[in-house]
Design a protein around this ligand. Structure first.
Ligand code: PEP
Length: 253
């Protein structure tokens, strides 16, 4: 059985003090939580302090992005190796906000996925269609393009470290989540794509998160879908109570 994974994407919120406070609260709330993996993805500037608070807990730490080289004259960029040394085990890659506002492409996403894997990190690779693409019945084609090109060159042996986040762009930060049926349909399709690329047994083990306006109120019904293995949570991960509310509802019986 796949252990669900709930990751909190704090985006560009929380200064160091706020991040430490939120992390302390979550650490306390999650001290006896079983059957779900939890990962916090704060801004880069918070990572080291959050890592200190997380010492001794099962909560993981992730970056929100990384560059594809480990050092060099690339002002403003953060290397996978730097994330590792700050205490990260995960890294979100190809979030739709990065694709939209920072012009990331499947090619750069792929380079970042490869670089993260090479450093021993676990990439959370985001894929998903815009509203226009869904309305034009291009959801499957867009997702196929994101999955196949984002994973180009990734070896089947490394797929146990890859998490895929299906995040329909129209559901991110809009309050409008995909229905459980819409999520399951795309998740099953992604698993089928992975099966074609890597074989059924590898595909069966890859965790596919849903992301897009997940809240405590809608988490349970989305999480109970067969191919939904957790969530990538934005807004609702910024408060301990709401994030905890989602985590509690994600444990599969
Ligand atoms: C996200 O940022 O990945 C996300 C899903 O945001 P929200 O939960 O706020 O829709």
């Amino acid at each position: 059985m796949r252990t669900p994974i709930i990751a909190g994407n704090w985006k560009m919120y929380k200064n160091v003090q706020e991040a430490v406070e939120l992390t302390k609260g979550l650490k306390e709330m999650l001290s006896s939580m079983k059957g779900v993996e939890v990962v916090l993805c704060p801004p880069f500037t918070d990572l080291s302090e959050v890592a200190k608070v997380l010492e001794g807990s099962a909560i993981g730490l992730g970056g929100q992005d990384c560059y594809w080289l480990n050092e060099g004259a690339y002002t403003g960029e953060i290397a996978p190796r730097m994330l590792k040394s700050a205490g990260c085990t995960y890294c979100i890659i190809g979030h739709s906000e990065r694709r939209t506002y920072f012009h990331e492409t499947n090619e750069t996403v792929n380079k970042k996925v490869m670089a993260a894997l090479a450093e021993g990190l676990k990439p959370i690779m985001c894929v998903g269609e815009t509203l226009k693409e869904r309305e034009e019945n291009r959801t499957f084609a867009v997702v196929k393009n994101h999955v196949e090109n984002g994973l180009k060159g990734v070896n089947g042996n490394d797929m146990d470290r890859v998490v895929i986040a299906y995040e329909p762009v129209w559901a991110i930060g809009t309050g409008r989540n995909a229905t459980p049926g819409q999520a399951q349909e795309v998740h099953a399709y992604i698993r089928k794509l992975l099966g074609a690329l890597y074989g059924e047994s590898v595909a069966a083990k890859v965790r596919i998160q849903y992301g897009g306006s997940v809240k405590p109120e809608n988490a349970a019904e989305i999480m109970k879908e067969r191919d939904v293995d957790g969530a990538l949570v934005g807004g609702a991960s910024l408060k301990a109570d709401s994030f905890f509310g989602i985590i509690k509802k994600s444990v599969k019986e």
